[in-house]
Design a protein around this ligand. Structure first.
Ligand SMILES: NC(=O)c1ccc[n+]([C@@H]2O[C@H](COP(=O)([O-])OP(=O)(O)OC[C@H]3O[C@@H](n4cnc5c(N)ncnc54)[C@H](OP(=O)(O)O)[C@@H]3O)[C@@H](O)[C@H]2O)c1
Length: 232
């Protein structure tokens, strides 16, 4: 797989500090709003978009994600340093790959046939869904995280660094710089990032996998990641 050359050259210039990093969350449903609130709490500037006119989001955002900025998807992405995809997988084909070229893109999505229907590329079964997402957006550096925790657990499970009950979140990707950037966000939100060095190794995070919905410490999650890597 060839990544857009701009992706690597942009990475060192992206500063993970909340004062400077602007995040676009695409998808204003259960997962997208929970991620957006967590980022806002950590001090990040956050834009949120859904499938249509941002004016339709304003009231909901005032109540559900106060502080986020509703935008058209195109504008949210254009103005952001980092993009988070939190829309259903069956809607992903509506996002123009050119829009995400040269970007670090967080994939929070799971393939869920009762919601997504049967999608042949994802149904194949022997490739994790994030690898397919990376193929769909060859110019982006895709990083998988947030996908294996329920939206209703994301905020209550946050803990400060060093807390004995702090949980882990896997952060997986093919590009170390992109994984490091997203890991810094995960840490600031309130989780220990557990780095997985390829999207190919993310099957254990998916629905039906041992980490999905499991609410684990970083040590427990690392053990599962190691077992998955050994089995591959
Ligand atoms: N729910 C969870 O606990 C959870 C946890 C982790 C990961 N996830 C994953 O996150 C993804 C979203 O799940 P969800 O539960 O948040 O779904 P949801 O509550 O149904 O929300 C979906 C959101 O995506 C938006 N959307 C749809 N098409 C879009 C498009 N073309 N462009 C921009 N936004 C679009 C929808 O906006 P409109 O209403 O305008 O269409 C809606 O705001 C899924 O892949 C899911 O597997 C979910």
């Amino acid at each position: 797989m060839t990544l857009h050359p701009a992706t690597d050259s942009l990475l060192p210039t992206v500063d993970p500090a909340p004062e400077t990093l602007h995040v676009a969350v695409i998808g204003a449903g259960k997962a997208g709003t929970a991620v957006a609130r967590s980022l806002l709490d950590a001090g990040y500037r956050v834009s949120v978009s859904a499938s249509g006119d941002p004016a339709r989001l304003e009231l909901m955002i005032d109540f559900v994600t106060p502080g986020a900025e509703p935008k058209w998807t195109h504008d949210a992405v254009a103005e952001a340093d980092l993009v988070i995809l939190a829309l259903p997988l069956h809607r992903l084909h509506t996002i123009d790959p050119a829009l995400l070229a040269g970007r670090v893109v967080v994939d929070t999505m799971n393939y869920w046939p009762p919601v997504d229907g049967e999608i042949p590329a994802f149904r194949a079964g022997d490739r994790p869904s994030s690898e397919v997402v990376q193929d769909m957006f060859p110019g982006a550096a895709v990083v998988k995280t947030f996908s294996h925790t329920g939206y209703h657990h994301l905020e209550p499970d946050r803990r400060p660094a060093g807390h004995p009950e702090r949980r882990g979140l896997a952060v997986a990707g093919n590009q170390p710089g992109a994984v490091a950037l997203v890991s810094a966000l995960v840490d600031r939100i309130g989780y220990d990032p557990v780095c997985v060095d390829s999207l190919a190794g993310t099957g254990f995070l998916q629905p039906g996998g041992p980490a999905f919905g499991a609410r684990l410490t970083a040590a427990q999650l690392s053990e599962l990641a190691g077992a998955a890597a050994s089995a591959a």
